[in-house]
Design a protein around this ligand. Sequence first.
Ligand SMILES: Nc1ncnc2c1ncn2[C@@H]1O[C@H](COP(=O)(O)OP(=O)(O)O)[C@@H](O)[C@H]1O
Ligand SMILES: [Mg+2]
Length: 349
Amino acid sequence: GVGVGGGGGGGSLPPLCCYDVHKVYPSGKMAISQVTFAAERGQVFGLLGVNGAGKTSMFRTMTGETVPTSGDALVCGTSIISNMREARTNLGYAPQFDATLPLLTAREHLQLYARLRGATVEDSAWLASDLLRRVGLTKHADKPSHALSGGNRRKLSVGIALVSAPSVVLLDEPSTGMDAGAKRSLWRVLDSERAGRAVVLTTHSMEECEATCQRLTIMVDGACRTIGTLQEVKTWYGTGYTLSFRVSTDDALQSLDAFLRGSLQGIIPVPERGAALTAKYRLPDTTTTRLSDVFTVIEQELAAERSGTGGRIGDGGILEYAISQSTLEDCFLRFAATQEGTQGVDDVV
Ligand SMILES: Nc1ncnc2c1ncn2[C@@H]1O[C@H](COP(=O)(O)OP(=O)(O)O)[C@@H](O)[C@H]1O
Ligand SMILES: [Mg+2]
């Protein structure tokens, strides 16, 4: 029993449910527009967007740093509008910019936050050691914050967000300033810490999202442009499937082309220079064809070729084939390109 539990409540509701959250700053800037999503227990939910998309505003609204213009969010069933005090007891938050105290060590930070949450001295010492181990900071436990690398300070912030064993953990760009190795270790931390709670992570890295998130939304200009599982988002909004073939003869190339155009609606040949007896096709996101259909069509043809019952391409015409899917990166970059005043993902607002 270390930390403040803050009575669960909410029955089978996901730990975090946001309803139609809207935020217009006094300047008139609309930072969040009708954002509705739920973050499920046991999952990492990704809030993806370029700078200025509204990710931090969303977190600041949920933690009570700023009030939503309209809408509400339930944290373990408790409304942030009617009972922010109670809602906050179930929230852990690592802000985008480190709020660590330069002269305190990593261990001291965790002990301090545990004490602030009501833990005894012994419990906070034990909890600090446990958290240091869980976020991978044991080696740096007794260094003052100012002597930690940027990446290790981010890990400390994640540790602080976990102090109260919250049901909802909000991590605002936790991997900022981390090298590839530190990122991978952070991703492992997220994967083990998601058990029993909802982790919401903001990022503008697709790679990070693919590595960590079970579900995600892509935010553009304050609005969620898509919400779904990683696979769903790729299927709905990816640029589609790429099909590559290697065939035995020029004739087979011709028959393959006719066969694919007849079997897979909307397929587009991708011209490739200097590659003899190979062919590439793209199935765009506008097609209704599913990956399983593509496999079925091609596997049936291969089976017909093999059994000698007259495939449409010719016996042994297809030597090999591969289907690859567009990455979420492709999909995100297309969304990002539509944000107002954005030149690219590195644009700083
Ligand atoms: N306190 C504020 N007052 C006015 N505008 C703000 C304020 N905070 C953020 N904004 C604006 O709201 C938009 C969203 O910002 P933010 O939530 O920080 O996005 P992100 O975290 O995705 O980069 C941006 O256009 C930003 O300039
Ligand atoms: Mg931000």
